[in-house]
Ligand binder design. Structure first.
Ligand code: CA
Ligand code: ZN
Length: 304
């Protein structure tokens, strides 16, 4: 295992995840990398009264990368250990006509700055809520066609999953040599659903350890946390995403736990947590959370 810490600055960005992108950095398997990120507007918003028309919409959702992990090959999993998330002092929220769940009811675009005050964020109106840093866009190259960073999928991308945070390990399926990992779109806080189209969008720096896993038989993307795992799926509708996350979880539990699909389904029906990640991106994202204690009782081993 490498002990050096690599750094990738936020001028190394991509707007899609693609096997065709040249790596911005190559690191040995097991390397620790500090990845600096712009906010999802590529730091273009400087004033609350700024006109959306002044933004270059081709520069939305940049991800810093891609990082080539030596030895990672198609069929492997990439385990992304999220060691630390450092945030800038101020975040930004936006919403407006045609954006988010309330897009049909909003007359004007709105931009609000959101100050970070120690372990709280100060929302419009002065309401305080807990600082809950998370990573919105995080993924590897898909097998063939590029996927815009704003779109989630089985390669990761814009999953906007609140469980992708410090201390968690995200498992991603490697489809291109070197994995070509990238991340961006940090949030100081985000509600499940991200209903207004933005979290508290913020620039920052994420420290990750990138480790390949061979021969594992588990669904991905999957977040492994101290208490539970979250099996993530994205699809054109929330119903389809929920069905896919549930089906992946049940199929895996049945096979790895040597129980029938019906029994695995009952386990999820009794003790799983089907949750919404986001409903505002080109594909919608859901997750099925399963406590690790339940997996342990069935003798299911996690690869990390
Ligand atoms: Ca996002
Ligand atoms: Zn975001």
């Amino acid at each position: 295992m490498s002990t050096a810490v690599y750094t990738l600055e936020s001028n190394h960005i991509v707007y899609s995840l693609s096997p065709a992108h040249p790596p911005a950095l190559a690191v040995p398997d097991g390397a620790t990398v500090r990845v600096e990120t712009c906010d999802c507007f590529e730091n273009q918003i400087q004033r609350e009264d700024q006109d959306f028309g002044t933004l270059d919409w081709n520069r939305i959702n940049p991800a810093t990368g891609p990082i080539y992990v030596e030895g990672a090959m198609p069929g492997d999993l990439l385990a992304v250990h999220i060691l630390d998330i450092e945030l800038a002092k101020r975040g930004i929220m936006t919403t407006g006509p045609g954006l988010g769940v309330l897009g049909a009811h909003l007359a004007q675009n709105a931009i609000r700055f959101v100050e970070i005050d120690h372990d709280q964020v100060v929302l419009p109106g002065g309401v305080r809520t807990a600082l809950r840093p998370m990573i919105g866009v995080i993924g590897v190259a898909p097998a063939s066609a590029p996927v815009p960073c704003g779109t989630p999928g089985d390669h990761g991308g814009n999953m906007d999953c609140t469980r992708i945070t410090t201390g968690a390990v995200l498992l991603l399926p490697v489809s291109a040599p070197g994995a070509l990992f990238a991340l961006g779109d940090l949030h100081a806080a985000m509600g499940d659903g991200e209903v207004g189209v933005s979290g508290v969008e913020i620039a920052g720096r994420v420290t990750v350890r990138l480790q390949t896993v061979r021969g594992a038989d588990c669904p991905a993307p999957m977040v492994v946390s101290a208490r539970d795992v979250s099996i993530i799926a994205s699809a054109p509708t929330l119903d389809e995403a929920a069905e896919a996350a549930t089906t992946r979880a049940a199929t895996w539990i049945a096979k790895a736990g040597h129980v029938s699909l019906a029994d695995a389904c009952m386990l999820l029906s009794a003790a799983g947590r089907l949750r919404i990640c986001q409903v505002v991106d080109p594909l919608k994202t859901a997750r099925m959370e399963v406590d690790r204690d339940l997996l342990r009782q069935l003798g299911i081993q996690l690869p990390v």
